[in-house]
Design a protein around this ligand. Structure first.
Ligand code: FDA
Length: 389
């Protein structure tokens, strides 16, 4: 059996936050990850031909209004002043997102004031009652009206789910925010930026502690090593951040996820699209968006004649696909309740993170909830942590 006070399954932000806090408070921690790198989905690497940092599992933008999380993350990295903005291509024209007064006026070739735009959209949205929508399309129209829905939501959503919005449940969207100003900052948070030396340097600094041992290529469910479920359950406290349904051998069923496929390419041009993320709203492009990574770090030196782009495709996850976004159907929610009951029968194991709780969590939420678990739940399993003030 592994020689440690605490075993953590998963080296993403959730697992590493618990590991760092416990190590700093004198606990010996072993972190295992089945992947061959640490950092979970926030992991990034420098593309060898260009030296441009690529976010391996999709673009990661850090933002938070949680002061405790902001203070904590600044212990490991400084942040650039990057401010995220997203644009979308529709019928050969580029519009700003999220839908704002600029998008509305460009689309309707108008110069509406905020109140005029509000009145226009309210009138167009009157086609359906929001509460009575029987599918995602009716819900979308009831929120922003048919013209904007058909331009910016319909085909994009169909690409995200590989399913017509008329066949998707209305609950998938609860709101479609429209900003009645020209502000097209993507995030509204107090703090925003990208780690100056990249995500992996930040994640490695969190794990760089004499009390932390990280073991990669190590699957919790592979019985051949001493940190496996079979070797450790009931013998030491465990924080588990893998998929909750996998932990219980899918006994209550498979929770459903949306996955992404990425196509990366080095192009022989200095600048491909002039911005970091361009969405493609129409069905003529099979991808949902293109990331161009050099624009995340304009402060860095990057090649003048090369760039790295990544096209993103989206679909329902099957089999061994990476789980990215919980689908969260009513069946999923029922299954999750059954798994939560089973969790109560595992007093030595704490379930956390996006996979362990079946929730979409931004990085700051994963870190914030790990800090809360460290304060409130871990001392029950590791009494020495009760002395933490
Ligand atoms: P995470 O998935 O990172 O880590 C879990 C780890 O557990 C993985 O490394 C996995 O290999 C390991 N594991 C699973 N099963 C195991 C087993 N059996 N044995 C051993 N190890 C096992 N957030 C944000 O703030 N801004 C953003 O822009 C984005 N962008 C974004 C894009 C995309 C495409 C996705 C899917 C997500 C984002 N996020 C984001 C969210 C961000 O990725 C998320 O907050 C963190 O990954 C959460 O960290 P966790 O530690 O919970 O999970």
């Amino acid at each position: 059996m592994v020689n440690a006070d605490l075993l953590i399954v998963g080296s993403g932000f959730f697992g590493l936050t618990i590991a760092e806090r416990a190590a700093e408070h004198g606990q010996k921690v072993v972190v295992i990850d089945r992947r061959s790198h640490l950092g979970g989905n926030a992991y990034s690497e420098f593309e060898p031909e260009t030296g441009i940092e690529v976010h391996r599992y999709g673009a990661h933008l850090f933002h938070t209004s949680n002061e405790r999380v902001w203070e904590y993350v600044n212990r490991f990295t400084a942040f650039t002043s990057y401010v995220h903005r997203v644009y979308t291509v529709h019928k050969g024209e580029v519009y700003p997102l999220p839908i704002n007064l600029g998008t509305v006026n460009q689309f309707f070739r108008s110069a509406h004031s905020p109140d005029q735009a509000r009145a226009l959209l309210a009138e167009q949205a009157g086609e359906f009652e929001s509460g009575s929508a029987s599918n995602l399309e009716e819900k979308g129209i009831s929120l922003i009206g048919r013209p904007l829905y058909e331009a910016f939501i319909r085909d994009y959503t169909a690409k995200q789910w590989q399913t017509s919005p008329t066949e998707l449940p209305p609950e998938i969207i609860s709101r479609l925010p429209v900003r009645y100003t020209y502000d097209n900052r993507y995030f509204n948070d107090t703090h925003e930026g990208l780690p100056v030396d990249g995500y992996t340097a930040w994640l490695e600094r969190m794990a760089d502690h004499p009390n932390i041992e990280v073991r990669l290529d190590t699957d919790f469910f592979d019985d051949s090593h001493d940190a496996s479920k079979a070797a450790t359950l009931g013998k030491l406290p465990i924080v588990y951040t893998g998929p909750v349904d996998r932990y219980f051998d899918y006994s209550e069923g498979h929770l459903s996820w949306r996955t992404l496929d990425f196509e990366e390419e080095v192009l022989p041009v200095g600048d491909f699209q002039g911005t970091s993320v361009m969405n493609y709203a129409d069905s003529d492009a099979a991808y949902t968006r293109i990331h161009e990574f050099k624009h995340f770090h304009p402060e860095r030196d990057s090649p003048k004649d090369k760039t790295v782009v990544m096209r993103e495709f989206s679909r329902f996850a099957e089999g061994d696909d990476e789980p990215y976004y919980p689908v969260n159907t009513p069946e999923d929610r029922e299954m999750l309740l059954a798994y939560r009951q089973r969790i109560e029968g595992e007093p030595q194991v704490l379930f956390g993170g996006r996979l362990g709780t079946y929730q979409y969590l931004d990085m700051h939420m994963a870190i914030g909830s790990a800090l809360s678990m460290f304060d409130n739940q871990l001392p029950e399993l590791i009494p020495a942590l009760n002395d933490v003030t």
